[in-house]
Design a protein around this ligand. Structure first.
Ligand SMILES: C[S@@+](CC[C@H](N)C(=O)[O-])C[C@H]1O[C@@H](n2cnc3c(N)ncnc32)[C@H](O)[C@@H]1O
Length: 254
């Protein structure tokens, strides 16, 4: 099903949780000089205009990035990045996960982005036209990432960010992580999921918690958002020292 468009939700509180953790992960992983492979199963269009009719219609950024940017007590590489992008491209231009990653990765890191929606894929391609190390695939994200794994360089990070429009997406994500880990054992894997009143995420979390995956870490926060009571992230092969950074991010939502 491809009716979901992230422009209606860009910059929402869950995006802040997800993109801040993603930024922390990339900052930590780029402390070592060795190059990385970065992949996304569900990339979206990469950049969003929060002043567009779609974003204004839902106003989800109001309790999200707009509210966080007003809180002068918060410091984190993610907020610096948001400020730098607004300075460069204009007020209201908000980075999706591919642009967050691109801003923090180096020229010798490779990016592989999967996006199946024709319009979103077209926009994503347009947003990264000049970036030779960014490879954009119009391909199912699960099949695509598994197909090119393990990549070179083998040090790397995979973001899984489905829209969860159908209930089966939860267990599908869990199965995918287990399969991907078997093919590419050293990959750092990050999965984002919504926490709904129906608690659809619970069986997925149980599967992953019981799968004996290395350096498993879970972060869940409450968010003020339409139809969502919380935002969750599961990571495996979590880099050493990231726990402190994640606790810091969780406090913003307390
Ligand atoms: C939640 S959005 C991604 C948001 C993006 N990761 C971000 O944080 O900026 C999910 C995206 O996945 C795309 N999509 C849905 N099913 C897909 C699939 N099987 N393979 C690849 N992309 C898919 C949708 O078109 C949508 O653009």
């Amino acid at each position: 099903m491809l009716s979901y468009q992230h422009i209606y939700h860009a910059g929402c509180p869950a995006d802040v949780h997800k993109h801040a953790i993603l930024s922390s992960l990339i900052v930590k992983m780029t402390e070592k000089e060795k190059p990385l492979s970065y992949m996304e199963t569900h990339a979206g269009r990469g950049v969003y205009d929060l002043q567009s009719a779609e974003a204004v219609k839902t106003g989800e950024a109001n309790d999200g990035i707009f509210s966080f940017m007003k809180r002068t007590n918060l410091s984190h590489p993610y907020f610096k990045l948001i400020g730098d992008i607004a300075m460069e491209y204009g007020d209201g231009i908000y980075p999706g996960s591919p642009m967050v990653a691109k801003s923090l990765l180096r020229d010798n890191d490779a990016m592989h982005l999967m996006e199946l929606h024709p319009q979103e894929h077209y926009a994503l391609k347009g947003n990264f036209l000049r970036d030779k190390n960014v490879h954009i695939h119009k391909r199912d994200g699960y099949e695509g990432v598994l197909g090119i794994s393990p990549p070179m360089p083998r040090r790397g990070l995979v973001l899984i960010d489905p829209s969860f429009e159908i209930k089966t997406e939860y267990n599908k994500s869990a199965d995918f992580i287990i399969k991907l880990h078997k093919k590419w054992a050293e990959a750092v894997i990050m999965l984002w999921y919504p926490i709904l009143d129906a608690d659809n995420h619970k069986s997925m979390v149980d599967i992953l918690q019981n799968a004996e995956l290395p350096k498993y870490h879970k972060s869940e926060v409450r968010v003020k958002s339409k139809g969502m009571k919380g935002s969750g992230v599961i990571m495996i092969n979590t880099p050493y020292g990231l726990d402190e950074d994640i606790k810091h991010i969780e406090k913003w939502f307390a």
